[in-house]
Design a protein around this ligand. Structure first.
Ligand code: DX5
Ligand code: ZN
Length: 219
């Protein structure tokens, strides 16, 4: 078994989004990663509900929605209705963490909590039994194409150890600067779902890049 690949739509050609999604799906990615930024929680603004609705219509693939917004609780219902299969929100947001996890699950969507590189991973521990996934940011959230921060590896190791001790089956996703080299490092540290944007979209052949990540992370 190898790590799952969640392809970041942020790096796609927005004028040709349908073709880009078809290309990602036929290249063997497991999920599409959809980065929502509000210009307040992070210094960038991306896309939101109308685009997600269209992406949902374009494919049956798992939609992995990453909310980098100030008050995610307010928008859980809307993103669930727009077609999210997994919703990740940030521990550093202003929403109550337990209430937001409950709202996500009440909508029949998988719940995931994320931490920025500078936030200690311990903040997610009290919620591990309720969470389907934890997203460890391996770059500062806001932009694609940044370099992987190696100090985040220790957070992945600690989280993996804690999940094993508790005996729950929470997935560990990583996001930012993932390529065929960093994929090996995060897999060895304990991650099992890898977000990748610029590496896939700048590859000569997207399918080869997906296969390379999968081959390099095979157990
Ligand atoms: C950054 C986003 C990432 C980004 C990853 O804030 O959350 O999902 O698209 O892109 P790459 O793989 O280029 O670092
Ligand atoms: Zn993301």
């Amino acid at each position: 078994m190898s790590c799952k690949v969640s392809a970041s739509v942020l790096s796609a050609d927005m004028l040709n989004l349908k073709a880009e999604i078809d290309k990602l799906c036929s290249s063997g990615v497991d999920m599409l990663h959809f980065d929502v930024m509000d210009g307040v929680f992070v210094n960038n603004i991306t896309f939101g509900l109308p685009v997600l609705e269209q992406v949902r219509k374009a494919s049956d693939i798992t939609l992995d929605v990453h909310l980098m917004i100030t008050d995610p609780l307010k928008y859980i219902g809307a993103f669930a209705d727009a077609g999210a299969d997994i919703i990740t929100f940030h521990a550093e947001s202003e929403s109550n963490i337990s209430e937001t996890i409950k709202a996500i699950k009440d909508h029949g969507v998988k719940a995931s909590l994320s931490v920025r590189p500078s936030t200690p991973v311990e903040v997610v521990y009290p919620y591990l039994n309720e969470l389907d996934m934890v997203l460890i940011m391996t770059v500062e959230p806001g932009f694609g194409g940044q370099s992987f921060i190696p100090e985040t590896l220790e957070k992945i190791r600690l989280l993996k150890k804690t999940i094993s001790e508790i005996g729950c089956c929470t997935d560990i996703e990583v996001d930012g600067g993932i390529n065929d080299k960093t994929a090996v490092l995060v897999k060895e540290a304990g991650a099992n779902i890898l977000v990748s944007g610029s590496y896939l979209f700048t590859a000569e052949k997207m399918r080869d890049a997906v296969n390379k990540i999968k081959d390099e992370t095979r157990c």
